[in-house]
Ligand binder design. Structure first.
Ligand SMILES: Cc1cc2nc3c(=O)[nH]c(=O)nc-3n(C[C@H](O)[C@H](O)[C@H](O)COP(=O)(O)O)c2cc1C
Length: 218
């Protein structure tokens, strides 16, 4: 399951409802994840009301449109893989084909996010400024959210980690009546049953390129 839990976009079944009990099971597993100082500063906003789903999806679409217009993260990292940390220096055809599929799929999601039966917004109940605290808080909620995504997969549900609504985080907080000054949103994850359940491992390149033994060796 670890090798086939994909970012699911085109195969989200928007017509099939997701029972609340299944979402609760996934949260039960998510909260077994580690957190910095065992603070358990996580909070999971599950959006199931149509109006709020549409409003949040609208923010995501705005964020996505701005992202498409601007220099993408892929642009910024692909130019010089060595100096930026990107793995694929230009010209890799397999990577280019994979990126095109991701783009097509991402466009589809941006256009259809509002049809999701559930949106999950993992949050931390702090809004620290100190970089070390920000990293610790992020580390705390990300692991729980990934556990949620794996638990969801085990139950036939697909998910996709997205972040582009965060450009409008304050507006999302208003929609969700969430105290922006105290609670930081980390992602926006559509949750739905998948159309079919056969998912394949992705092409990630060889692990030798991403390992250093004892000292940095890139
Ligand atoms: C921090 C982070 C932010 C992401 N943001 C978005 C996003 O805003 N929209 C989107 O469609 N996918 C987003 N993704 C999903 C990635 O595009 C996806 O994980 C990647 O293409 C690999 O896909 P795969 O796991 O199916 O192989 C994000 C993933 C991460 C980890």
């Amino acid at each position: 399951m670890l090798s086939t839990t994909r970012a699911v976009r085109k195969r989200l079944d928007f017509e099939r409802p997701v029972p609340e009990s299944v979402l609760r099971e996934c949260i039960e597993l998510a909260v077994q994840a580690p957190t910095a100082s065992n603070m358990q500063t996580w909070h999971f906003v599950l959006v199931t009301e149509r109006d709020n789903i549409e409003a949040i999806a609208g923010l995501y679409r705005r964020g996505f449109e701005a992202y498409v217009r601007g220099p993408t993260l892929a642009d910024r990292t692909a130019g010089d893989g060595r100096s930026t940390g990107g793995r694929f220096v230009g010209g890799d055809r397999i990577w280019a084909a994979q990126q095109q599929r991701v783009i097509d799929s991402a466009v589809y999601l941006a256009e259809n996010m509002h049809r999701s039966p559930v949106l999950l917004i993992p949050c931390v109940t702090t809004r620290s400024e100190r970089p070390t605290d920000v990293v610790a808080e992020g580390g705390s909620v990300v692991q729980a959210a990934w556990s949620f995504m794996l638990a969801a997969r085990e139950r036939g549900l697909g998910t996709c980690w997205t972040t582009l609504h965060l450009a409008y985080e304050r507006e999302a907080a208003e929609i969700l009546e969430l105290p922006y000054e105290k609670v930081r949103q980390f992602a926006l994850i559509p949750v739905a049953y998948t159309i079919g359940t056969d998912f394949k491992p992705a092409n990630r390149g060889g692990i030798e390129d991403v390992i250093s033994w004892n000292r940095w060796s890139r």
